[in-house]
Design a protein around this ligand. Structure first.
Ligand SMILES: [Zn+2]
Ligand SMILES: [Zn+2]
Length: 181
């Protein structure tokens, strides 16, 4: 493990949230989709299942996406802004079956606030460890998903949406075409 468990979870969840906002698709079209996202990423705590909550979560995405493209000073500005607006106060807590980890807002804070703060806390770790280069975008030419490279040798190139397979198939076909011509 490169980073603390909660940092890695926070980074992965932030990337997944950013990737629900594609250029031509909406990954969180309705409250049910947010419910699914909530469960898939093992979120706990307050969850209202309302349109207002959904709008707040969606509105967070462009701000988080910016972290993948910003220089370190801008990342710091965004992270500090998110923490300040959310009145973040780091506290070690234990809940469900998890060991002690940091929460910086109460578990009954709005979902979008908790998503923002969890992402910001995880990003703060990356900044402190000078590891912002772990934030990458997918190498597939047709994909603009973001990813977090948590591999030891920094070898991750593709997002979770099957782009690695797609690229392998394309390369295979190209090789085959080349040997047949
Ligand atoms: Zn927790
Ligand atoms: Zn991709």
């Amino acid at each position: 493990m490169l980073f603390a468990h909660d940092t890695e979870c926070g980074l992965t969840a932030a990337a997944a949230l950013v990737n629900t906002a594609g250029p031509d698709r909406e990954g969180l079209p309705d409250v049910a989709a947010l419910d699914e996202f909530f469960t898939a990423h093992a979120w706990t705590g307050r969850h209202e299942h309302t349109g207002a909550e959904l709008r707040e979560v969606r509105a967070l995405r462009p701000r988080l996406r910016r972290l993948w493209h910003a220089d370190p000073d801008e990342v710091v500005t965004i992270v500090n802004g998110l923490l300040r607006e959310s009145h973040a106060l780091p506290q070690l807590i234990r809940h469900d079956d998890e060991p002690y980890h940091l929460h910086a807002v109460p578990r009954d804070a709005p979902l979008a606030t908790r998503m923002a703060v969890e992402a910001a806390m995880a990003m703060a770790d990356l900044v402190r460890m000078d590891e912002l280069s772990r934030l990458r975008t997918c190498d597939h030419p047709d994909c603009d998903n973001v990813l977090v490279d948590l591999s030891k040798n920094r070898s991750r190139r593709f997002c979770d949406a099957g782009c690695g397979n797609r690229a392998a198939v394309t390369a295979y076909r190209a090789r085959k075409a080349a040997t047949q011509s």
